[in-house]
Design a protein around this ligand. Structure first.
Ligand code: SF4
Length: 101
């Protein structure tokens, strides 16, 4: 093996050991920031707020609540009552407050 080929082999092996962990790290990360898990309506926190996925009143839901921080046309979005999870845009809870018009 020539010195040039030995250097190429060492360079290739070094790059491979770096590329594999970075690739594994990237594949384990969510591809979009808006992929938070949806609130589990059966969780203690949701029950505390009487959260339901489908509002019993069409005119009052997370999509038009003052606390909702997502896009009203999306499936769901953040609410400060449920950090780390998204609420369904169709949902409702007892903290509902209409968005000021
Ligand atoms: S406070 Fe309740 S109704 Fe308002 S966005 Fe949050 S979960 Fe929905």
């Amino acid at each position: 093996m020539t010195d040039k080929k030995r250097r190429q082999l060492v360079t290739f092996m070094g790059a491979s050991t770096v590329a594999i962990p970075v690739g594994a790290l990237l594949s384990s990360m969510p591809s979009h920031a808006d992929e938070a898990p949806m609130v589990d309506a059966d969780s203690a926190g949701a029950k505390n707020w009487e959260y339901v996925v489908m509002s019993p009143d069409e005119s009052k839901n997370c999509g038009n609540c003052a606390l909702y921080q997502g896009d009203p046309s999306a499936k769901g979005g953040p609410c400060p009552l449920f950090p780390g999870s998204d609420v369904h845009v169709t949902a409702w809870c007892k903290a509902y407050a209409p968005k000021p018009s």
